[in-house]
Design a protein around this ligand. Structure first.
Ligand SMILES: [Zn+2]
Length: 376
């Protein structure tokens, strides 16, 4: 196993890339989807089960973990991997995005952000230096720069100011991170949906130098068309020999479109959160298991799916346990959804390797256009 962090591209098909990120904790096959383990758990799933779906890496949320149980406590208990029983790679976000979306009474200055916890109202200060310290205490394998990101739409002046602040924070993050062999620090490109701001941000990040580069500030209300529009040029602005990460994306069709445009890594709460609200992702689109049409249906969610929910349980059963608010409902639907997402990534990796991504994409959309199986 590699003792260094490295990235290799094995094949390309158009802009889509097949590769491997190597870390001391194991390889990450790319394009990769990272399930979100917000509070040191992927909700309703044991880590062994998450691994069985095919996940090579999880995402942890700095904001949540710093508030509860705190980074210092996790460090004393042996780090996040040991704490949550996941020995493979973990990426942590910087906390910046969630401070902006969840915390109360935020105050933003050049130095950082002061805020009150949404859990107990306690006061906290987060800076690039403190974010690097917390992510180190957690033992994160891939650390993200501390940044700030305005919700879209925002006027260009506001987006430009925010991006330049994030670039100064990127330099401070790089300085504070230091030299940590086997651990990676990713820079985050900002600039909203404005091409020249994206170019300015990418240039600054390349000048500082990072192990990987995220396209940040998307999936914040701009819509799929605008997001793809940015990815059409943003990926080319980032170094070819480093992984590219699209943060917080997305629905299956967002993911296919992002991979097509050169994205290597993604994360989203959608498969796990939807599993808890009775929504299942299948090749033929979204199935709402709470719908009465399933109550007498002995068929699985997807006959070709090999996950435990599809192998052993009927739509009728899944409908019943969801309506009865049984815990197994969240467990089974989350497992199915994560399995679906990982299978989608595997199918894309195979298609890129064989130079047939366009055919894969056409089939992906054709299957979804067919819609769910006919009701009984
Ligand atoms: Zn399934």
């Amino acid at each position: 196993m590699s003792q260094k962090f490295s990235y290799a591209v094995h094949a390309t098909d158009g802009s889509a890339r097949l590769g491997t990120i190597s870390t001391p904790r194991g390889d990450i096959r790319t394009p990769a989807f990272m399930p979100v383990g917000t509070a040191a758990t992927v909700k309703a799933m044991r880590p062994e089960s998450v691994r069985e779906t095919g996940a090579d890496i999880l995402l942890g949320n700095t904001y949540h973990l710093m508030l509860r149980p705190t980074a210092e406590r996790i460090d004393r208990l042996g780090g996040l991997h040991r704490f949550m029983n996941w020995d493979r790679p973990i990426l942590t976000d910087s906390g910046g995005f969630q401070v902006m979306s969840l915390a109360d009474l935020r105050k933003l200055t050049e130095e950082g952000v002061t805020f009150r916890s949404h859990v107990d109202g306690s006061r906290h200060h987060l800076t690039p230096e403190r974010s690097m310290e917390i992510q180190k205490l957690l033992g994160s394998d891939i650390v993200m720069c501390f940044d700030e990101c305005p919700a879209l739409p925002a006027d260009e002046m506001r987006v430009a100011e925010s991006m330049r602040l994030s670039m100064r924070w990127a330099q401070r993050s790089r300085d504070a991170f230091g030299d940590r062999p086997g651990h990676a620090l990713f820079g985050i490109q900002q600039g909203g949906v404005t091409q020249h701001l994206r170019a300015e941000s990418a240039e600054k990040l390349r000048e500082i130098g990072f192990d990987g580069y995220a396209v940040g500030g998307l999936a914040v209300g701009e819509g799929q068309e605008a997001m793809f529009g940015v990815l059409d040029y943003a990926c080319d602005m980032l170094p070819e020999d480093r992984p590219r990460y699209l943060m917080g994306v997305g629905k299956p069709d967002d993911i296919v479109g992002a991979v097509k445009r050169g994205i290597d890594m993604m994360d989203c709460v959608l498969p796990s959160r939807s599993g808890r609200t009775g929504q299942a992702f299948t090749r033929r689109g979204v199935v709402n298991i709470k719908n009465a049409r399933h109550q007498d249906d002995p068929r699985p969610l997807d006959e070709d799916c090999t996950c435990p929910a599809c192998r052993s349980y009927s739509r009728a059963y899944l409908h019943h346990v969801f309506r009865s608010q049984e815990i197994i409902s969240s467990m089974l639907l989350t497992w199915h959804n994560l399995h679906y997402y990982q299978e989608l990534m595997g199918d894309m990796r195979a298609a890129i390797g064989q130079g047939r991504f366009a055919a894969f994409e056409a089939q992906f959309h054709a299957d979804r256009a067919d819609g769910d199986i006919e009701r009984l």
